[in-house]
Every structure is written in C-alpha cells, then in structure tokens.
Design a protein around this ligand. Structure first.
Ligand SMILES: Cc1cc2nc3c(=O)[nH]c(=O)nc-3n(C[C@H](O)[C@H](O)[C@H](O)COP(=O)(O)OP(=O)(O)OC[C@H]3O[C@@H](n4cnc5c(N)ncnc54)[C@H](O)[C@@H]3O)c2cc1C
Length: 470
C-alpha cells in the first residue's frame, strides 16, 4: 500500500489525513510535535464549562467546515452566536458597529451615520465610493490602499482596520486584499464601487438578515479536531504525538521518488508522499534541503503573536449591559487590549446569570508588549483596560483566569501572497513531486479555508500516487 506522512496535527493536517484515509487504500502516519493534537484549536474546562483558548467560531460563507462537521456527525450540534451585535471602542466609548457591514465596509450609509463611529465628513467621503470612477479591480494591493481610496481614511481606520486586525492581529495597510479580504476583491471585480459590489454580494449570499454568519460547537471547537482524530484512528491511521519532524529528504535511489521524514529522537519515516501542514516558518526548515528556493521565501512570511486571557467575573462588577458579542479596539487608542469577546453573551451555552466569561486579547504585529509581561502583570494590565473600556469594576477579583499564549500564530499575507503560493506549489511539483504543503499560512488562516486546502492537498497526494480521486 502507498504510504503518506502528514506533518502537523492541526485542523489542516488532520483533515488532509482524514481525506486520504477515506478509501482505506493509503497507509497514513500523522506526526505532531506537541503532546496534543489540534494546534491552534484548543478547548479546556474553564469556570465549569468548555471554553476555547483560541478559535471559537468559523465562517458559514466558506462551506467546507460545515460540510466536514456533517461528515463527522457534528452537524446537528452546530450553534450560531446568540447575537451579531459588536462594538468598537472609539473616543472613550463603545459604539455599535453599523448593521450590514462586510469586513467592516459599510453598505448602509444611514446606519453608518447613526453609529457615531465616523464624522459627518467621514460618511460623506464614504458615499463618494458610489459615484467615484475607477477601473474594475485587477491584481492585488493592500486593504488599506483599496478602502482608503474608495471610502476614505475614517471608515478604514475605525471600522475596517480594527475588524481585520481582530482576525489576524496585523496591519490592514499591509494586508493583501486577495488573500486577507477576498469578499472585497470579489465585490470590485466587475465594477469599481466597493459599496455597490458588496450590496449585490449581500443580496445574493445573505438575502435574509437572519442568515448565520458564524457557527460554533457548544463543547468547543476542539470537538472538531477530536472527532477527526477519532475517525482517523478508526480508519487505521497512525497518529504520533511528541514527534517533531526536523527535515524531509528525498531518496533518489528508488525508481519512483520516495521521501524520508526525519524526526527528532526517532528513526526517519519513509513515505511515498508527504504532506506538510505546519506553520510557514516550520515548513521552511523542513524544506531547506530539498526545495531551498521555496523554503527561503516561506521563511519570510511574517507572523503575529497574540495572547488570549479568559476571565470569569461577577456580572455585578460590570457597569454596562453585555448586549453584544464583544468589542474591538483600534490601534490608535493605544491600549494593550485589542478586543474582548463577551463569550457568555455571544454563546447561549456559556450564559450564566451570575458570572460573565470574557475573552480579552492582546498583541499585534508591531506590538509585543503583552508577550513581554508575565501572566500576573498581563492580567492586571488587561483588567485595567477592561475597566477603561467596558466599565469593569477596577477592584474586581476574577472568579477564574486563564492565560493562553499564541506565539507566531497568525500569518500576515502581504499583497501578492496568493500568486506566490501558486508559484511555490508549482516549484514543489517540479522539484519534489509527491510533496505538498498547506496550512493557515498558505491559502487562508480561517478554519474553513484550512479545511478547503486540506481537501485539495489530499487530492494532489492521491493523484501523485495514481489513486482514484476521493
Ligand atoms: C488566538 C486565535 C484565535 C483564532 N480564532 C479563530 C476563529 O475564531 N475562527 C477561525 O476560523 N480561525 C481562528 N483562528 C485561526 C485558526 O484557528 C488557525 O489558523 C488554524 O487552526 C490553523 O490550523 P493549521 O492546522 O493550519 O495550523 P496549526 O493549528 O498551527 O497546526 C500545525 C501543527 O503542526 C505542529 N507542528 C509544528 N511544527 C512541527 C514539526 N516540526 N513536526 C511535527 N508537528 C509540528 C504544531 O504543533 C501544530 O499542532 C484563530 C487563531 C488564533 C491564534
């Protein structure tokens, strides 16, 4: 039987393995460096409930995650957030995001004016997008360049940049539209106005205002990776945790090319095909000797580090209603806090009349202050920011606290990223056919994007092994 080694036991690697294991015609080994599977997906008990340490929801628009949940018997467990209302902390107050925005770009200018988030001039400047001439969008540029040009600086700085930074902890002035905000790219492909294009897109994709935008799992997102691991075990795949791959070599002695994956403190593992589902900087190291050109470029993809502090606090200590899913803090406010998810309002399964669960985030691409603080100082600093932003009693003692550190966790897609990804794939095909790579740092960092790439990677591996398509 043909053998495949998959390096990385996050959602990307586990899904690729799951797809490959579908027909029982491949011998599969998954190597995971950590002692647990799941990578950036991790749920632990917190204040008596299962609360995610990182990802807690996935987009409905990209259907692959919902489809995978269906295949794993989780479809009926999916839940949607109890509220879609979110706030931005601006000029000393929390202001509700206007209704009907897409990635922060407003499509309803009356709602934008009513939100108080931008000035009258800012609304008038955004409205110019509807009449301003321009060419249909081609190639790639930064989200900042596109949105500032079409709708002005205020909308960009107060809505779009905080929202996108909430997703990737990056700088939206440097973020590729095609890779980091594909809905915006789609909107301006046929005509120049972002607002008009997004209005059409909304009418097509969310004709009913109640259409869910996100889904989650009440037992935590890790339910998904646990179910994948369980199913892989059932299908006879070998999953090895605590196994850090250090390099991939190619055996030229064989008639057909074979690979050897070197593993720290263990014998190398041979395989007919290899799937690398690790962060770009790890993939770069693994490819160093067999595809040095791709490795050098991959190693340059920047990553942001973030910290998520989960807090359980008495509801009585919060001097405002938790009437939304949480809020974002624009970089210009200068706080350590970058956003706070009101988890117990966002998810019905975390609701509790006495205690509120908050997930406070810190860390941006160019702001490492949070990472340099120890846990106690970090919690204290974030509690102070929560007192400033959401009227949390500054003298409160949390009922429970959990600090989750995510160093180099969020890839930053610079303009041109997707073209580079296509080129890397073509180069890998030529230089080491049978080796494929994917993951958050390739075609998109959201869970559904990782699942989509994993399916494609499994197909490429099956094609290389001359096996029928799954
Ligand atoms: C704080 C935070 C919040 C997020 N929230 C959301 C959200 O709400 N919704 C959403 O859709 N996305 C969210 N994301 C993004 C999403 O969770 C990740 O992009 C995605 O889970 C990455 O999956 P992956 O499998 O590509 O990579 P990873 O999860 O990083 O998996 C890679 C695996 O490879 C292993 N590994 C590394 N080196 C080696 C080696 N040498 N040998 C063997 N194994 C190795 C790692 O230990 C890891 O398990 C969030 C991310 C973070 C950090």
């Amino acid at each position: 039987m043909a053998s495949v080694v998959i390096v990385g036991g996050g959602i990307s690697g586990l899904t690729a393995a799951f797809e490959l294991a579908r027909h029982g015609d491949v011998e599969i080994t998954v190597l995971e460096a950590d002692s647990r599977l799941g990578g950036k997906i991790w749920t632990t008990p917190f204040a008596g409930r299962a609360v995610d340490c990182a990802a807690d929801a996935f987009l409905a628009r990209v259907p692959e995650a919902i489809e995978l949940c269906g295949e794993l018997g989780l479809r009926e467990h999916l839940v949607t957030p109890a509220t879609s209302r979110a706030f931005v902390y601006c000029d000393g107050a929390l202001r509700a995001f206007p209704e009907r925005t897409v990635l922060g770009v407003p499509t309803d200018l009356e709602a934008l004016a009513a939100s108080g988030l931008v000035s009258e001039e800012g609304v008038a400047r955004a409205a110019e997008d509807l009449t301003m001439p321009g060419e249909p969008w081609r190639g790639d540029e930064s989200v900042g360049a596109l949105v500032r040009r079409r709708l002005g600086d205020e909308v960009f700085e107060r809505l779009v940049a905080p929202l996108l930074s909430g997703v990737n902890a990056g700088d939206a002035d440097e973020l590729s539209v095609a890779a980091g905000a594909p809905q915006l790219a789609e909107a301006v492909r046929e005509q120049p106005s972002l607002i008009a294009g997004l209005r059409e897109q909304l009418a097509r994709t969310r004709p009913d205002p109640g259409t869910p935008v996100f889904y989650g799992l009440p037992t935590g997102t890790q339910t998904l990776t646990d179910a994948l691991a369980h199913e892989l075990g059932r299908r006879g795949a070998r999953i090895v945790t605590g196994a850090r791959a250090t390099a991939v070599d190619r055996h030229r002695a064989h008639a057909t090319s074979r690979f050897a994956v070197r593993v720290a403190s263990a014998d190398p593992i041979e395989a007919d095909a290899v799937v690398l589902a690790t962060p770009d900087f790890v993939t770069a190291e693994l490819l160093g000797s067999i595809a040095p050109g791709v490795a050098a470029e991959l190693g340059e993809v920047p990553y942001s580090s973030v910290v998520m502090v989960t807090l359980a606090v008495p509801r009585a200590a919060i001097g405002r209603p938790l009437d939304g899913s949480g809020f974002l803090v624009p970089r210009a406010e200068g706080l350590l806090l970058t956003g706070c998810s009101w988890a117990s309002s966002k998810w019905a399964h975390l609701d509790d009349p006495e205690v509120a669960v908050l997930r406070a985030s810190a860390g941006r691409f160019d702001d490492r202050r949070a990472l340099e603080l120890d846990d106690a100082d970090l919690v204290e600093a974030l509690l102070a920011d929560l007192a400033t932003t959401m009227a949390l009693d500054p003298s409160v003692s949390p009922v429970a606290t959990r600090v989750s550190r995510w160093p180099r966790s969020l890839p930053q897609f610079r303009p041109g990223h997707l073209e580079r990804v296509s080129r890397w794939r073509a180069e890998l095909d030529t230089e080491c056919a049978g080796l494929t790579a994917l993951g958050a740092g390739w075609d998109g960092l959201g869970i559904p994007a990782c699942i989509r790439q994993a399916r494609a990677a499994a197909e490429r591996a099956r094609r290389h092994l001359a096996l029928p398509s799954s």
